[in-house]
Design a protein around this ligand. Structure first.
Ligand code: C5P
Length: 236
């Protein structure tokens, strides 16, 4: 399957049409952005690592019956996937407090949450991805029915129930992560985008080392090595 027209360029990926109306190709870029695009850089090999990590995690989810847009890996930087109507809600799942949760609500960084928190952010760069409640999401027409919001939460929890123990076996705490969803041509809600250290936080259980994009956000260095370590543990 060949790339045809560039349909969209995002911060971390380029999206191309293909000869098949139902399929798109994502090209994973080496670009890095944080703080709503205010901090920018590039790290050679990052795109390929995120593609490979996402491929493995999509396969894992699919093996547990979670529908995703993943079809196949084309090469190091390219993934073939289903075309969907993107739902403009970023679904954030949190097991341990850090990042914006600690900042906004004053919960001590590293606090293990008594239950898994699922939040919705409006996927809108111009507005800085603000928090949404269910009524906001319905008001904006981001989904058609309350049932669909309930489904997003249910799927996010199911995914966490698969990924959290999976990473725990690899001595990694899955601290939090962001999911995106779309509707396929039959209207089914499926997981889209990527699942990688760009949108998950992973902390080594023993050393507490951060093995994710916080290395870039916080200027810690060693980003490629961290992402490679995540891939090695997934494959190991
Ligand atoms: O920044 P915050 O603490 O809200 O991030 C929570 C989780 O969601 C982190 O794993 C982060 O990488 C991810 N996230 C993301 N894209 C955003 C916002 C958050 O991938 N726009």
């Amino acid at each position: 399957m060949q790339k045809r027209k560039l349909v969209y360029e995002g911060k971390a990926k380029r999206l191309f049409s293909t000869d098949d109306d139902e399929l798109f190709i994502s090209e994973f870029k080496d670009d890095l952005t944080a703080f709503n695009g205010k901090k920018k850089s590039s790290e050679s090999g990052k795109g390929a690592l995120n593609n490979k990590i996402s491929v493995e995690l999509f396969k894992l989810l699919q093996s547990h019956g979670i529908p995703t847009h993943f079809v196949k890996m084309i090469d190091d930087n390219h993934m073939l996937h289903k075309k969907t109507n993107v739902i403009l809600i970023e679904v954030i799942v949190r097991n341990i407090a850090t990042g914006s949760l600690s900042k906004n609500l004053g919960i001590k960084d590293g606090t293990i949450l008594p239950f898994t928190l699922v939040e919705f952010d409006y996927k809108n760069d111009a507005l800085g991805d603000p928090k949404l409640n269910d009524q906001h999401a319905l008001l904006l027409g981001l989904v058609d029915f309350q049932d669909e919001l309930d489904k997003l939460r249910r799927m996010a929890r199911q995914i966490n129930d698969i990924l959290r123990p999976y990473f725990a076996k690899k001595n990694l705490n899955l601290v939090d992560f962001k999911l995106e969803f779309g509707k396929d041509s039959s209207g089914n809600i499926i997981v889209i985008d990527e699942i990688s250290p760009d949108n998950c936080r992973f902390w080594d259980m023993t050393t507490k080392e951060k093995l994710d994009k916080d290395r870039f956000r916080q200027g810690l260095g060693g980003l490629s090595m961290a992402y490679q370590e995540i891939l090695n543990r997934i494959l190991g």
